[in-house]
Design a protein around this ligand. Sequence first.
Ligand code: TRP
Length: 337
Amino acid sequence: MEKETTHKKRILTGMRPTGKLHLGHYVGALENWLALQNEYECFFLIADYQALGDHLGETERIRNSVIDVVLDWMAVGLDHEKSSFVVQSYIPEYAELFMLLSMFVPLSLVDRNPTLKAEIAQQKKSDVSLGFYNYPVSQAADILLSQAHLVPVGEDQLPHIELTREIVRKFNTIYNTKIFQEPKALIGRIPRLVGIDGQAKASKSLNNAIFLSDSPEEIKAKVKKMYTDPTRIRATDPGHVEGNVVFSYLDAFYNDKSDLKALKERYEKGQIKDVEVKQLLAETLCAFIAPIREKRSYYANNMKEVRRALQEGTERARTVAQKTMTQVRDVMGITKY
Ligand code: TRP
């Protein structure tokens, strides 16, 4: 019998490789992952199949982004010795389990998925592909293939975890088995970081994000462009902190909370200029990103190490995947005739 190598609880979470990662990814996900990687057996998935759903024909972009994402992960300190970095398309079992699980999902359930609905509306296309429509189910397969207990995600992903839990209940009931357990979601400290232009979410496609790989010049230029308080015309006018992008970023990245509180009070009394607050934010972000950028360039110059990390992580995940699929085929009666 195979020996269990670990008794830690298991985590699976992932990202689509569609570009370099930004500060929103850091506070919404990576920070959380870093804290979890000692306590749990973690699988961090680079969901390149999923990225195809809305980036079909952008093969180069996806390929480059797989590397960008791993570099960003390693740069922030995710440790490929402790955790497994997994390339989705290297593991055919994801596709197999996805196909099987799709049988358990009523169309009406997918139709009601609020995140999917919003994304389809955003795509402004009348011809959303079946592949894209199906991605919440493929995500359930991602989670269940590794039999994860916990799934750290942003709040927009909660409907997909709920779907996963429903699939588990149905699967276990129909086949009278307990192979799968219902995974739990885990939400980060800051579920969503605003864009520098004040839009609800920082994102690459909206061109309103500060990347973990940005240079000090880029950071300064972006902070300079940031929205503040539109009602404040002169620096002596009382300012608003609520809904002010610069303060949202300070809340997320400035560590001295009592200092920040004093700064907010001065801003509200009209005792400090926007440029001064922006200066503080630019310094804070430059200091935060500097070591990340440095580590990233180390790994970019040592791609062998990066490729090995991917290969080893994927192999560990595949071992687990094959074990799960053997159980699934067995209970579903998919065996030799
Ligand atoms: N949909 C997730 C995102 O866009 C990425 C993802 C793919 C994922 N598979 C997953 C997240 C499994 C959690 C679990 O960020």
